[in-house]
Design a protein around this ligand. Structure first.
Ligand SMILES: *Cc1c(COP(=O)(O)O)cnc(C)c1O
Length: 427
C-alpha cells in the first residue's frame, strides 16, 4: 500500500476498517480531559466495557447461590472453564482439550517445567533467547538449580550478533544443532517483549524435536496478537497471560497449552492438586492422584471464577472480531503505517532520530514497534505521555509503541508520528 503522511489519509483508512467499531467496546483512560492514544496494549490491555457486567453476573451468582454456585445456576463454576477453553483454543491454534485457564503466567511456567524439563546427566541444558523477560530467566534459573545443575552452565542463551538487535533464525537453529546432545528443553518466547521480534516458532519447534528435545513457548506477547498454530506446529507446551493483548485485567488469569500427544504419558511429573484430578471422581476425595485427561489435568487449585469472568468478557470480543485472522490483517497494516510514519519523521528531521529495532519483515513481528531515539529518549517519551500518547518506556533506551488492532486506529498512528516530530523539533 502507498501510505500518505496526512490526517485525511489516516481517517480514510479508518473509515474502510471493518474492525473500526471494535474500539467502541473498550474504555480508554483519560488524561487532560481527553482519552489517551493508548499504545500500551502490549503491557496491559484496555478494559472491555462488558467486563463489569460479566463480573457482576458472577458476583450476583455468589450473592444468590453462594456455595451452590459450583453446581447450580446458568453456568455452574464447576464447568465454567469449559466455556473459556472453547474461546481460547482458536486464539492459540489448539484443540479445546489442549488448553485450560489457570493460575498466573510464571506459576504456570514453573508447573509446566516440572512436567517438561526432566534433565538427564548429559542432556540437561535449556536453550532460550538472550534478553528474555526477567521472570522467565528467574523461573528457568531456579528450575535448573532445583534439579542440582548450575544455571551458568545449563542455560544456553542465543544472542543477537554484534551491532544487531534481533536474533537471526539461522543462529537459533544452529545453536540448537550445535548443542544437540546436551539440550533437554528449548524454551523461547513467542515474541520478545523488548524488540517485538516474533520468532520462527515452527522452525524452532522442528529443530528442537530433531535433536530429541522438548519445545515450549512463553506466549505472553504472542497470544491474542499473532495467529498461532500450536497443535499443528507440534509444540509440546506453552503458556501465556491474558492481561496484555487479551485485555483480561491486571494480574489476569493465565492459559496453558499441552499438546495432546502427551496426555497418555504417565511418566510426566506434575505438582498436583485436587482440581487436576479426574473431574468425574474429584469429589470422591480418594487417595492417589489420577489426572483428568487434557490440559485440565494440570490444574492445581479450584476455579478462579472472578479472574476467569474477566477473561471470558474479553474472549467474547475476540469472537466478535472474528478471532485472530481479521485482527492480524489490520495489525500488519497498522504497524506498517507506523514504520512509514516514523521514517517520514526521520526524513523531515534530516537524520535517523528514531531507530526502529523491531523487525521490518511483517512475518517477524506482531503489533509492537520498538524504537530507540538517537538522543533524549526519556524526555521524548515523557513529552509523548504529557501530550496524551501512552506507550511505554523500557530501560535503558527503548520506547515501545503497540498499535493494537482491536482498539487502535490509523489516526492514532498518524497523530503519534505528528507528535514525535513536533517534540523532536522542539528539543
Ligand atoms: C508479561 C510477561 C510475564 C509476566 O509474568 P506474570 O507471571 O504474569 O507476572 C512473564 N513472561 C513474559 C515473557 C512476559 O512478557
Amino acid at each position: 500500500m502507498n501510505f500518505e503522511n496526512n490526517l485525511a489519509f489516516a481517517q480514510d483508512l479508518d473509515q474502510h476498517d471493518s474492525l473500526g467499531k471494535m474500539r467502541n467496546e473498550y474504555l480508554f483512560p483519560q488524561h487532560n480531559g481527553k482519552p489517551f492514544i493508548y499504545l500500551c496494549g502490549n503491557s496491559l490491555g484496555l478494559q472491555p466495557k462488558v467486563a463489569k457486567q460479566v463480573l457482576n453476573t458472577q458476583l450476583d451468582n455468589w450473592q444468590n447461590l453462594a456455595v451452590e454456585g459450583w453446581f447450580d445456576g446458568n453456568s455452574p463454576w464447576m464447568f465454567y472453564h469449559k466455556e473459556l477453553k472453547k474461546l481460547m483454543a482458536p486464539i492459540v491454534g489448539a484443540k479445546d482439550i489442549e488448553v485450560c485457564p489457570m493460575n498466573t503466567l510464571t506459576v504456570n511456567l514453573h508447573l509446566l517445567m516440572v512436567s517438561f524439563y526432566q534433565p538427564k546427566a548429559k542432556k540437561y541444558k535449556i536453550i532460550m533467547e538472550g534478553g528474555a523477560f526477567p521472570s522467565d530467566q528467574y523461573a528457568i534459573e531456579s528450575q535448573i538449580r532445583f534439579h542440582g545443575f548450575d544455571p551458568a552452565d545449563a542455560i544456553i542463551e542465543v544472542k543477537p550478533r554484534e551491532g544487531e538487535y534481533i536474533l537471526r533464525t539461522e543462529d537459533i537453529l544452529n545453536t540448537i544443532k550445535d548443542n544437540a546432545d546436551e539440550i533437554a528443553l528449548v524454551l523461547f518466547g513467542g515474541i520478545n517483549y523488548f524488540t517485538g521480534q516474533w520468532f520462527d516458532m515452527p522452525a524452532i519447534t522442528k529443530a528442537g524435536h530433531d535433536i530429541g528435545a522438548i519445545v515450549g513457548f512463553d506466549l505472553a506477547h504472542a497470544a491474542g496478537n499473532v495467529p498461532l498454530k500450536l497443535h499443528n506446529w507440534d509444540v509440546d507446551f506453552a503458556c501465556w497471560c491474558s492481561y496484555k493483548y487479551q485485555n483480561a485485567g491486571p494480574g489476569g488469569i493465565s492459559g496453558i497449552f499441552v499438546h495432546e500427544k502427551h496426555f497418555t504419558n504417565e511418566k510426566l511429573h506434575r505438582f498436583a492438586g485436587w482440581w487436576g484430578y479426574k473431574e468425574a471422581q474429584r469429589f470422591k476425595m480418594e487417595k492417589g492422584f489420577v489426572p483428568e485427561v487434557g490440559a485440565d489435568g494440570w490444574q492445581v487449585s479450584c476455579t478462579q471464577v472472578m479472574p476467569m469472568a474477566l477473561y471470558h468478557a474479553s474472549l467474547q470480543l475476540f469472537e466478535k472480531a472474528g478471532f485472530i485472522e481479521a485482527l492480524r490483517a489490520k495489525s500488519i497494516t497498522l504497524t506498517s503505517y507506523l514504520f512509514y510514519i516514523i521514517n517520514q519523521d526521520n526524513k523531515e528531521l534530516g537524520e535517523e532520530q528514531f531507530k526502529i529495532i523491531t523487525p521490518d519483515k511483517v512475518e517477524d513481528r506482531g503489533a509492537q514497534v520498538s524504537i530507540i531515539a538517537k538522543a533524549n529518549g526519556k524526555q521524548i517519551f515523557d513529552a509523548l505521555v504529557a501530550n496524551n500518547v501512552l506507550g511505554d518506556w523500557r530501560e535503558p533506551n527503548v520506547i515501545r509503541l503497540s498499535p493494537v488492532p482491536m482498539y487502535n486506529s490509523f489516526e492514532d498512528v498518524f497523530r503519534t508520528g505528528e507528535l514525535l516530530l513536533k517534540i523532536s523539533q522542539s528539543l
